[in-house]
Design a protein around this ligand. Structure first.
Ligand code: GDP
Ligand code: IMO
Ligand code: MG
Length: 444
């Protein structure tokens, strides 16, 4: 007999469908307004993420803390798939406290989450330094993401729950000794140097954070998640980065070190597969990318790119780096929808359209041939196929009523929907500004 799971809760997933920074934080917060979800869970990535939440005067950028933090009563889960930067975590908890949100009673961290050590960020920088010698920098966020996942896969990393065990100090010391040896190698081979005072300072800050972290609710999160589902409660899984940065399906090696796809939710939380219901995908009306690697949809006219960058405030929420700007890339988007199974999408930044005419990328070309499949390397792409359509200016800022948007924006949304007609996709809402209230529903 088929198991009746209807009384159980479900997990909806929200992921970025581009190269990150699509506005995922805002949409998580928006989805929570309906009261459908009792918790929000991060399942991958770490403090490389920067998710902006804005509500009136209040602004918060979450790196580790899930984007349900400004919604009282919503539980916040940090899953086993996450690499936890404890200094960032403690700082975020304190920042939230100053904003009037004491999240401690509703924050749960998996004892199997991966612990970022005080040397992982330096190893990240050392690896980047060595790559820069051949101009092959990935442009990481320097948050130690790659080295922490590497240690995890090599089975020598530290888990959050380890901090409660008597052998923790020894484990930490052994790992750090290995990292120091590696750093010495980077110094000898590449001339990458970290002053000892800097390391000592980082260690001190990290140890202070560790004492605070010991008081947090570190638990068997998969048990808690399963319990909540059995209680009929629903959970929203919050993706970090974007599908195009997925370690297996992105433009390797210009990717992050985790699987950003919804397929990773069950693994990164310890949740049962049948619990997954909707996949929400988030895009911007154009595209941005930070870091190294090719970006076929990049706007070729520097002045126009700068207009998008400035009007769209396209500067990283984690690193402050300027983001490269490109046209909406429908070829990459179809690839991302196929991989993620997104059945509902959010389109953000519809208020940013500084030009009369805009382009949309509909195909990739390699040496004169239009590609059918997504290429292994984006460097293979020598040109792109584009379509030009009317822009809509910036008169749509802050609009929350569908009837009030400009006709050109309305036809752009119809155009995008039509281009995606092979996928059964619903455009849930369209963002017209950074605030919680700046959006209007589309398909319904
Ligand atoms: P995330 O990493 O996907 O959560 O996105 P980020 O927070 O890194 O970057 C998105 C930026 O765009 C933030 O500064 C948001 O406040 C802002 N934002 C989100 N939606 C909109 C929108 O519809 N219009 C405008 N103008 N800004 C938006
Ligand atoms: P959110 O969650 C945009 C990019 C970095 C670099 C590559 C690898 O805010 O959308 P890493 O530090 O992960 O080893 O860097 O991935 N990157 C992001 N780009 N948004 C992010 O997160 C990103 N997290 C990582 O710029 O190119
Ligand atoms: Mg971001």
């Amino acid at each position: 007999m088929e198991k009746n799971i209807s009384k159980n809760g479900f997990i909806d997933v929200l992921v970025g469908l581009q190269w990150g920074d699509e506005g995922k934080g805002k949409n998580i917060d928006e989805l929570l307004s309906g009261g459908v979800y009792s918790g929000v869970a991060r399942f991958q990535g770490g403090a490389n993420a920067g998710h902006t939440l804005k509500f009136g005067e209040l602004e918060f950028i979450g790196h580790i803390v899930p984007s349900g933090c400004l919604r009282e009563g919503v539980e916040l889960y940090v899953g086993n798939g996450v690499v936890v930067d404890i200094v960032s975590l403690v700082k975020e908890i304190e920042e939230l406290k100053n904003l009037g949100f004491d999240i401690l009673p509703r924050l749960y961290i998996s004892n199997r989450a991966k612990l970022v050590s005080y040397l992982h960020p330096y190893l990240d920088q050392a690896e980047e330094f060595s790559r820069s010698k051949d101009g092959k920098k990935i442009g990481t966020t320097s948050r130690g993401i790659g080295p922490t996942y590497s240690d995890s896969r090599a089975r020598r990393g530290l888990l959050m729950g380890d901090i409660m065990f008597p052998d923790f100090d020894k484990k930490l010391e052994d790992l750090c000794q290995m990292h120091l040896n590696l750093l010495k190698m980077y110094q000898k081979e590449y001339g990458f140097e970290v002053p000892l005072e800097k390391i000592n300072e980082a260690k001190k800050k990290w140890q202070e954070a560790l004492e605070k972290v010991k008081k947090l609710q570190i638990c068997d999160l998969s048990h808690l998640v399963q319990k909540r589902l059995r209680e009929g409660k629903n959970i929203l899984a919050e993706g970090a980065q974007g599908v195009m940065l997925d370690i297996d399906h992105g433009d390797y090696p210009n990717v992050t070190s985790s699987n950003t796809l919804p397929a990773n939710v069950c693994l990164g939380l310890g949740a049962p597969h049948p619990a997954i219901r909707n996949v929400y995908g988030v895009i911007k009306a154009y595209t941005t990318k930070v870091g190294g690697g090719d970006f076929p949809a990049r706007i070729k006219d520097e002045t126009v790119e700068k207009m998008f960058q400035e009007r769209g405030h396209e500067f990283g929420a984690t690193t402050g780096r300027p983001r490269m700007c490109g046209w909406l890339d429908l070829f990459a988007l179809k690839y991302a929808i196929g991989l993620s199974g997104a059945n509902k999408i959010f389109i953000n930044k519809a208020d940013i359209c500084p030009t009369d005419k805009i382009k949309v990328v509909t195909g990739y070309i390699e040496k004169g041939k239009v590609l059918e499949d997504f290429p292994l390397r984006l460097s293979q792409v020598t040109d792109v196929v584009t379509e030009e359509i009317s822009g809509w200016g910036e008169a749509n800022f802050g609009i929350s009523d569908r009837e009030k948007i400009s006709p050109a924006l309305s036809s752009y949304l119809d155009y995008v929907k039509n281009k995606l007609k092979d996928f059964e996709i619903e455009i849930v809402s369209v963002g017209t500004g950074p605030d919680r209230t700046h959006s209007f529903p589309w398909d319904k």
